[in-house]
Ligand binder design. Structure first.
Ligand SMILES: [Zn+2]
Length: 261
């Protein structure tokens, strides 16, 4: 079985101590490739360095998360444009809108989002998108450039049916995390995941965040890591009434095509 983790924040400080062991455990669990999420200027640069150090196993995205939108200035955009040219960078993002935490003002989030969409348009690279509690504005911004962007994945989808339908109607791909294993907040996802055509579905851990809540035995720590992608794959397969092998093969093929791995 071979899996692709399309979103792991491996530049996070919690991986500094045992990075090589984390990668070894991922490989052992069947994770053959990982797309390292770039979520800030420095983080995107670090993600590219990781991808260069682990060619063929790690790849990177270049972007600034809406939480950090208030930090985006001309130098940030210039850096992202430079990083986006690197062959190891396979998508622009993570970018989008997050009105749940509101760490950055809405206007700053929208502006940073638009500027990153422009980078995706200019480079022709796919988009790695984040949306939380901002669906209407998110759709409004993206519909302004819809006909000029190539592919897009809405990562860590946790929304409701109307949001999912809006993304699928626009031809977007969907990333599912261990949120689906959350017995408090993820139950609706177990129904919605059935609506996603196999050729639009990918899986991710969003490590170190979103440790699946139903791991057995329960780890002593709360840090998520790519080896638990196998658990996400099994949860998705169970919800869709498919075999683990089917979901692994299909999501790996979709991710390979989407990120040109
Ligand atoms: Zn995100």
């Amino acid at each position: 079985m071979e899996l692709v983790d399309i979103g792991a924040n491996l530049t996070h400080e919690s991986f500094r101590e045992d990075f090589d062991a984390v990668l070894a455990r991922a490989r052992k669990a069947g994770v053959s490739r990982i797309v390292v999420t770039g979520a800030s200027a420095g983080g995107s640069r670090a993600a590219l360095e990781l991808a260069r150090d682990h060619a063929g196993f790690l790849y990177a995205t270049a972007g600034v998360h809406p939480h950090h939108a208030h930090e985006v200035d001309e130098a940030t955009i210039a850096l992202l444009r430079e990083l986006a040219e690197a062959p190891e960078v396979r998508a622009i993002g993570e970018t989008g809108l997050d009105y749940f935490r509101n760490y950055s003002p809405h206007a700053a989030q929208i502006s940073a989002f638009e500027r990153q969409l422009a980078i995706a348009i200019d480079t022709g690279k796919p988009l790695f998108l984040h949306q939380r509690d901002a669906h209407a504005d998110f759709i409004g911004v993206i519909d302004g450039v819809r006909d000029r962007i190539s592919h897009a994945v809405v990562h860590c989808f946790t929304g409701e049916r109307d949001e999912l339908v809006a993304y699928l109607d626009r031809g977007f791909h969907i990333g599912i995390t261990g949120w689906i294993s959350d017995e408090r907040r993820g139950l609706h996802l177990r129904e919605l995941v059935k609506l996603i055509p196999a050729d639009r579905l990918m899986i991710e851990t969003d490590a170190p965040y979103l440790l699946p809540r139903d791991l057995k035995p329960k780890p002593s720590h709360r840090r998520n890591e790519p080896m638990y992608l196998a658990h996400v794959c099994a949860a998705v397969a169970h919800a869709r009434g498919e075999t683990v092998e089917q979901v692994a093969a299909s999501t790996t093929a979709v991710a390979s095509a989407f990120f040109d791995l």
